[in-house]
Design a protein around this ligand. Sequence first.
Ligand code: FBP
Length: 560
Amino acid sequence: MKKLSPLQIERLKYQPKLPSSLAKGINSLELVEGDATQSVRDQEQIKALFKNTYGKPVVTFNSASAANTSGVRNVGVILSGGQAPGGHNVIAGLYDALKQANPANKLYGFLGGPSGIIDGKYVEFTDEFIDAYRNTGGFDIIGSGRTKLETEEQFQKSLAVCKKLNISAVVIIGGDDSNTNAALLAEWFVKNDAGIQVIGCPKTIDGDLKNEQIEISFGFDTATKTYAELIGNIQRDANSAKKYWHFIKIMGRSASHVALEAALQTQPNITLISEEVEEKKMSLESIINYMTDIIVKRADMGKNFGIAIIPEGLIEFIPEMKSMIANLNDIMATLENDPDFVNATTIREKFDIVENRLDPDNAKVYNSLPALIKGQLLADRDPHGNVQVSKIETEKLLIEMITTRLDELKSQGEYIGKFSAQSHFFGYEGRCAFPSNFDADYCYSLGFNAFALINFGLTGYLSSIRNLTKPASQWVAGGVPLTMMMNMEKRHGEFKPVIQKALVKLDGPVFKALEECREDWALNDRYLFPGAVQYFGPCEVCDITTCTLQLERAKELASV
Ligand code: FBP
């Protein structure tokens, strides 16, 4: 019996690349401080909430001429939120830097996400342990979780666990919510003189943890390449059989970066972008009309097939749905304890209770939906009280509504085609793929760099590696204060400090690239077939970054 696949064996041997400043060694670094920073918005409120960690400078590392020595330190690491390719390499980079700094240093991994540090569940990493996970996908090295780390009691418990293990720094690998929690924990540790630093690493396939300092979150590169491969395969199938419309929903809880990137890599016939739907206040009906129009025009050309890309979070960006879902989220919190709702024996009874509780306009919208979607909207909320959009089959909702619309058009003699649709959801397929060379290098560098930030005594910083469209040797390593990315937003009816989510910019170069071509792609088949992620071979094929990063960086560099 084989224990490892041939690719696994080869990937274990891959040596990730580091920026040249870090490659000289963890003990040969010099820290360069920039100017003091401020939060992106709501400066006074954020400053008041983060008295000890606010306003710190952005920092960059250069290699120093003389080597310095490091004392002994123990560090703990947490994987938080959804899986993203490259998480194992962040831990490998952190481990290698920590052992290079001082072989007596120890790295502990907290198990199952943030709950591991609260409950004191951990492992100690060894060379053998780490080596088995180098350049592999997944978060199974220690597991992940979505527990929110935010209460006084959780902080106290975390402190006790860190003291027991003599841990003086914690690295939290997560998205915007997890790094918001990292900022809160960092502030709490300083305020309470705990002597424990906190450093974040930008993770999420959704690509929405980015800003002027963070060019991209890790995992986006591999996940979008994986989805693009699958979409390309389906496009070729559709173009061969010429009998199906494929409706493909693609992950990205809120922002549509993943759908947009996958579309640029594959050039499908229809791509919906949630941010555009919201900006143009497109109702569900107008989305159906937009899609139906393309389907009818293609049918007139004899093409009863096509590809439509639908972002996972779409439903929450359609104005009438957004209002209904917000209303539903509020009442769901009370319904969980309502005996009538809890003891309802049929789903129809539950629908009736919900309709009676919703505001009249929202009840009308809820009532207009197919039973399948109405039921999915009642599923459990995430720890932030939000609908889990991955569980809502928007692609099926669109197919059902378009079928009805096409039947109407057919009876009016305005449609002569044949509509047969297949639905797909690409999400989990891309989150644990072997990291691309880009993600393998980027993640290893982020982890290595996180230890450099620790070694210089920083806290409340996000590990940052920039200049990412250049070869890795030219990447710029440093750190960004977490408070710099924060603003106040309403959560559960209260204003809270949170890291601002980056949505697709409709005036940005990436959306513009889609906008310029989509009419052409709708009717003429310009399908691209990216194929599988390439790990070996010419670096133009293996190391190339996403269209999103290239277009954004080109615009940024042009404006300098
Ligand atoms: P993160 O924001 O935690 O990185 O997770 C992203 C994501 O993959 C979304 O795209 C998706 O909606 C969600 O996780 C699914 O969550 P779960 O893994 O809990 O089903």
